[in-house]
Design a protein around this ligand. Structure first.
Ligand code: HPA
Length: 278
């Protein structure tokens, strides 16, 4: 049976990170659309283009830089993955989750995931920020399909508290302090790459989803499998199809993501060092 991850390639990537960057930081962040500028906040930063990391996948989506940045906020070491690959690009799932797994294998124990998402909850509006408290994997994809490597994690992974309550609390507190309205909701992941139809958005709302996107859940699953604590935030870049009458475009998604980025970067700069201690 096809292994769902190749231990050797993963170990080689993790060993490269240890050799090049030293001991693992307590926390990592995956930067979704528009959030690449977060990496520029890190002091004493060292950037590694994905091309330099053994076996790392390359992203093809415009606006995804594709580099790992290791630096600090105050005294807290932080690693940022700027640019991710998606299943819809045609990458096998073990490639999609390769870098977050490599962080875990290096020894990173907490990861903050971020993304751009469409608003499904009618109370939301474009520009909102949503703490992901739970998810629905409607993508039809799962990074754990295939042989389970017991040394990495269990065959049947508990997902009761997939999103870490303590890390989430840190985000709530930081948002409160910065007077950022933090929505809370359920993120539904679809495979993409097309945006949803209005009927699909109504279906997702009926199912209990608050936001919809094409990433994050496979990373959450792979990280929880390895026992890594996860928190996640969506930038609601647009309302789901059919809600406002406007059509959707990647251009609009990027523009709103860029507009909200400053606020999110401030939020993460405060929250990540605290998460590293919680
Ligand atoms: N649907 C799915 N993914 C998205 C959307 C959307 O409306 N906006 C940003 N990412």
């Amino acid at each position: 049976m096809k292994p769902n991850l190749d231990q050797t390639t993963l170990s080689e990537a993790a060993e490269f990170l240890a050799k090049t960057l030293g001991p693992p930081p307590p926390i990592g962040i995956v930067l979704g659309s528009g959030l690449g500028a977060f990496a520029e906040q890190l002091t004493g930063a060292r950037a590694l283009p994905y091309a330099e990391i053994p076996h790392a996948p390359m992203s093809n989506v415009l606006g995804h830089a594709g580099k790992l940045v290791f630096g600090r906020i105050d005294t807290t070491p932080i690693v940022a993955l700027s640019g991710r690959v998606h299943g819809y690009e045609g990458h096998p799932l073990e490639r999609v989750v390769f870098l977050v797994r490599a962080l875990a294998k290096w020894g990173v124990t907490r990861v903050m995931l971020t993304n751009a998402a469409g608003g499904v909850n009618l109370a939301y509006q474009a520009g909102d920020v949503m703490l992901i408290v739970d998810h629905m994997n409607l993508s039809g994809m799962n990074p754990l399909t295939g042989h389970n490597e017991e040394s990495m994690g269990p065959r049947f992974v508990d997902m009761t508290r997939a999103y870490d309550p303590k890390m989430s609390d840190v985000l709530r507190q930081a948002a409160l302090q910065q007077e950022i309205t933090l929505r809370e909701g359920v993120y539904a992941a679809l495979a993409g790459p097309n945006y949803e139809t209005p009927a699909e958005i109504r279906m997702l709302r009926a199912l209990g989803a608050d936001a919809v996107g094409m990433s994050t859940v496979v990373e959450t699953i792979a990280l929880r499998h390895m026992g890594v604590r996860v928190a996640a935030v969506s930038c609601v870049t647009n309302m789901g199809a059919g809600i406002t009458g406007d059509t959707l475009s990647h251009q609009e998604v990027k523009e709103v993501a860029d507009r909200v980025a400053g606020k999110l970067i401030k939020l993460f700069s405060m929250a990540l060092p605290r998460m590293a201690e919680c």
